[in-house]
Design a protein around this ligand. Structure first.
Ligand code: NAP
Ligand code: GDD
Length: 339
């Protein structure tokens, strides 16, 4: 019988962590996730898999921990002895990182170092597994570098979040080169889904449109409508993350759709999907959503991922918008989404 692989996921309660946990469980992994202690429930994205598996043989385990707490990270790695670690945990909101830069650097930047140090020490103290490591890097690293960006494009981070991710990216490469750790950076462009946090622009728009359609809100307040992003569908991106750790050699990969659209185009598509004419009547500008330094345009040159991983984004922009609008409308009992 094949030996089951074990995976450890930081950020398992987030959008990506929940999709990755589902994917790995389907592949027969024993999955361990790190969750933060909170005064309210924070497991809504993973409750469905936790309950299903609880009744059966337990393949999904949750552990309290925090990327700011090196001792616990180290203890978990020594106890679980995972084959693969996916470091998805982060203070992941770019706008918020300007308000809490030090915390963001600690968790999003130093958090990665803490995990890599624990992997290194595990190996050096005779640990029997050669643990593979995935770092959730970001297209925000490219910042003001003109698109399309690929693995060779220079980084020009434009926020405390992106600076922290740049530290984490380089630390990952350094631990690969210095200690021979199988460590990969997935440089992922924006990816969205019905589980996307409600303060990221796509979900804020689809949720807002649904509330306007249901008569609950009159306005949707947004910042810069001119920014352009390469928006893909999150579950597909977690397949790419997994593929990176299945290759013969560790490397870094850019993952995206290869197309960019403006926030305005997303707004127009979302109102159209909801069957609401004249979006301008509902959308208001609010300067609080602007960033001190903006990233204007990101889209990926994904040739390496296609060639090496045989991975390609499938869900197109318009379909992504419809999936998200349909989900948010359904919450208010509205079933129809325009073709
Ligand atoms: P998300 O929904 O914001 O999830 C972030 C996860 O990190 C949550 O589980 C959160 O826990 C956890 N977390 C936050 N602070 C932590 C801490 N101090 N210690 C341990 N865990 C902590 O983000 P996502 O969209 O799934 O993204 C996953 C990763 O990919 C992040 O690192 C993000 O920066 C990166 N990324 C995302 C995208 C994208 O478009 N989605 C693109 C490129 C890179 P709580 O649930 O308790 O808050
Ligand atoms: N959040 C938000 N809210 N963004 C707005 C708003 C608003 O009301 N109005 C306009 N925007 C613009 C932002 O200025 C930005 O240019 C764009 O919409 C996208 O913002 P977000 O959805 O917050 O995502 P992000 O691109 O800053 O960051 C996301 O993608 C990165 C990958 O490129 C996050 O998921 C990061 O964690 C991830 O690394």
């Amino acid at each position: 019988m094949a030996i089951k692989k074990k995976a450890l996921i930081s950020g398992v309660t987030g959008q990506d962590g929940s999709f990755l946990a589902e994917l790995l469980l389907k592949k027969g992994y024993e999955v361990h996730g790190i969750i933060r202690r909170a005064s309210t429930f924070n497991t809504s994205r993973i409750d469905h898999i936790f309950q299903d598996l609880h009744a059966d043989k337990k393949m999904f385990h949750l552990h309290h921990g925090d990327l700011a707490d090196a001792n616990t990270i180290r203890r978990l790695i020594q106890k679980i002895e995972p084959d693969e670690i996916f470091n998805l945990g982060a203070q992941s909101h770019v706008r918020v990182s300007f308000d809490i830069p030090e915390y963001t650097a600690n968790v999003t930047g130093l958090g990665t170092l803490r995990v890599l140090e624990a992997i290194k020490d595990y190996g050096e103290s005779g640990g029997k597994k050669k643990i593979k490591f995935y770092q959730a890097s970001s297209s925000e690293l490219f910042g003001s570098t003109p698109p399309p960006q690929n693995e060779q494009s220079p980084f020009h981070p434009r926020s405390p979040y992106a600076c922290a991710k740049a530290f984490a990216y380089h630390t990952t490469v350094n631990y690969r080169e210095a200690y021979g750790i199988f460590a990969c950076n997935g440089i992922l462009y924006n990816h969205e889904s019905v589980r996307r946090g409600e303060t990221f622009v796509t979900r804020k728009i689809t949720r807002g449109v649904a509330r306007i359609a249901a008569g609950l809100d009159k306005k949707l307040y947004l910042g810069n409508l001119d920014a352009r992003r390469d928006w893909g569908y999150a579950p597909e991106y977690m397949e790419a993350a997994w593929l990176m750790l299945q290759q013969a050699k560790p490397s870094d990969y850019v993952i995206g759709t290869g197309e960019s659209h403006s926030v305005r185009e997303f707004v127009i598509a979302a109102f159209a999907a909801a069957g609401i004419d004249n979006w301008k009547k509902y959308v208001e500008f609010d300067k609080r959503y602007l960033r001190p330094t903006e990233v204007n345009d990101l889209y990926a040159d994904t040739r390496k991922a296609r060639r090496v991983l045989k991975w390609k984004a499938k869900t197109k922009f318009k379909d992504l918008v419809k999936i998200m609008v349909a989900h948010d409308m359904k919450k208010h009992g509205i079933d129809s989404v325009k073709k």
